[in-house]
Design a protein around this ligand. Structure first.
Ligand code: G4P
Length: 534
């Protein structure tokens, strides 16, 4: 049993949240470099015309010519096992991003030192906040002119409402960037440029009072650096692990992912302060407690066509409790279905390997011939009454028109598979034609691009003038006006689309007896409670 908990203690499962261009791809690459998952960070940067529909890891694959097109990757670092999850589609908010953040225990918030907190940072931060997961801040691009460190900390506090505790303090920025000062160790880490930042950057440790250190720095910068660390040491609170784990404070690091500076320093601390997997807080307010005797995992992502040659589909499962063993039998909650988990894979750098066992915090990939759906809970023992992922009522709707009717067969297959993957929600009109529902515009673009690329089914997307949707009881389906549109979801539930939130609210006011549900789950719970009370 001690071994079981030791294995869990070694694990760190996290994602990087960032506004586009802050350096997420670069930081990911450097973390993999330090973790030995890739050998050399290359120089090939032929990505100018990359498509925004690709995930960052796909981007990385394209740029580096290495194959890491997967949503979760495991690597070892100093005796720890790190599970890094990609947060895809970060150029717009998507359900996929949301779900990935439900499967991690910690997030690295990456900021561009010259820009500070940007719109996408705010959205992603708030998603993490809902689960109170700890957030570590890394301020990147210090080798370029950056905002004043106090201004950056102030921005994080004011805009995001979280207290900051700087651990490192930058010495200058841009062409005057000389390194960072560790406020607890009282040590200077000097910045030395490496060609292209391709190898691990060497560091030299000095005392900031050393004359040869002073000689390196412009007197003005030295002066403001000394003032900065004096104020930071006096005024800013000490780092408190408990408060960090409760999501109340964020430790702040400075560095340059491109120049490879500050990454190792950061990683060495990150593995110690980031929390090991523990009880998981879920979207429905419940928690999954770790119990060595009960396996619980949930599907947070389905990915089709990861390898075009194999056209396989992989279900990514976050293990939340118990121990996974290859070949084990599990049940799928609510579906009363038994499955044998016989071909699990994990992803390490360029390799995909079969795994025999896995622990809470780990992500396993299961080749999925249509068995699993997003949000499925896999378990042994007693059926857990939990909802792992939030479901959304779409706010954007569109018609989808196949432009080459000879592709109807692959079109149908694509629509169904991509909907199962959770790329988009599909609704059906009474004549059988389909409507797409999304909460972010990018979802439409990804859907369209993937239908074209992977299923060779070119289509046109036409926006529809509806702004919100609610699930309804079948008996109420004739109670709506001709302004509203009644459709069905893939599980045959009735859904009403309203032209505006105002229209929905006035309907609700006029018809207080007709229940409207913001997710199929809320509808199901209502139906279950009705059945029980009968
Ligand atoms: P993203 O995934 O968050 O969108 O960002 P990405 O890593 O692709 O980085 C965006 C741009 O910022 C890239 O430049 C990258 O080289 C640069 N960058 C990332 N980290 C640093 C850093 O620490 N310092 C500096 N100076 N630049 C950094 P690009 O011009 O868009 O691409 P490329 O031509 O360099 O490939």
């Amino acid at each position: 049993m001690a071994d079981y908990y030791n294995e869990i203690q070694k694990r760190r499962s996290f994602a990087i949240i960032a506004h586009p261009d802050a350096g997420k791809t670069t930081l990911t690459e450097k973390l993999l470099l330090y973790g030995g998952a890739i050998q050399l960070a290359g120089h090939v940067r032929a990505k100018k015309d990359r498509k925004k529909t690709q995930s960052d890891w796909m981007k990385l694959e394209q740029e580096r010519g290495i194959s890491i097109t997967t949503s979760a990757m495991q690597f070892e670092y100093n005796g720890f096992i790190l599970n890094l999850l990609d947060t895809p589609g970060h150029e717009d908010f998507s359900e996929d991003t949301y779900r990935t953040l439900m499967a991690v225990d910690c997030a690295i918030m990456l900021l561009d030192g010259s820009k500070g907190v940007e719109p996408q940072t705010i959205k992603l931060f708030h998603i993490c906040r809902q689960r109170n997961i700890p957030i570590v801040t890394f301020i990147n691009k210090m080798d370029l002119p950056a905002k004043d460190p106090f201004e950056l900390l102030d921005e994080v506090e004011k805009v995001l409402g979280i207290s900051t505790v700087p651990i490192l303090w930058p010495i200058g920025s841009g062409k005057d960037f000389r390194g960072v000062y560790h406020l607890k160790e009282n040590k200077v880490y000097l910045y030395e440029k490496t060609t292209g930042g391709a190898y691990k950057a060497p560091v030299q440790v000095k005392d900031y009072k050393d004359q040869d250190f002073k000689d390196l720095i412009d007197p003005e910068i030295y002066k403001s650096f000394i003032e900065g660390i004096e104020i930071a040491s006096e005024l800013l609170p000490d780092f408190d692990l408990k408060q960090f784990h409760e999501g109340k404070i964020t430790p702040v690091y400075f560095g340059s992912a491109l120049a490879n500076f500050g990454i190792e320093l950061f990683l060495n601390e990150f593995i110690h302060i980031a929390p090991a997997p523990t009880s998981m807080k879920l979207a429905d307010g419940n928690e999954i407690h770790i119990n060595p005797d009960q396996f619980i995992g949930f599907v947070f992502k389905l990915q089709a066509n990861m390898n075009k040659a194999h056209r396989d589909r992989v279900a990514f499962i976050r293990i939340a409790s118990g121990k996974f063993e290859r070949g084990m039998d599990v049940q799928i909650a609510f579906k009363k279905k038994n499955v044998k988990l016989s071909s699990p894979v994990s992803f390490f750098g360029q390799k995909r390997s079969t795994i025999d066992e896995a622990y809470p915090g780990d992500i396993i990939g299961l080749i999925n011939p249509g068995t699993f759906q997003i949000g499925d809970v896999l378990y042994t023992g007693e059926e857990p009454q939990i909802i792992t992922l939030p479901q959304f009522a779409p706010e954007l709707f569109a018609r989808i028109i196949l432009t080459d009717t000879s592709k109807i067969k692959s079109f149908r297959k694509g629509v169904q598979e991509l909907a199962e993957e959770g790329i988009i929600q599909i609704f059906y009109l009474s004549d059988g034609s389909s409507i797409l529902g999304a909460i972010g515009q990018l979802q439409f673009e990804v859907f369209q691009a993937r239908l074209q690329d992977e299923y060779n089914a070119p289509c046109r997307i036409e926006k529809m003038p509806f702004e919100c949707s609610r699930w309804i009881l079948e008996k109420d389906k004739n109670k709506f006006s001709s302004y509203d549109l009644i459709v069905k979801d893939i599980h045959d539930n009735y859904v009403v689309l309203f032209k505006s939130t105002y229209r929905m609210q006035s309907f609700q006011k006029e018809n207080p007896d007709i229940p409207l549900f913001d997710s199929p789950l809320a509808l199901r719970k209502y139906q279950e409670s009705l059945a029980k009370s009968r």
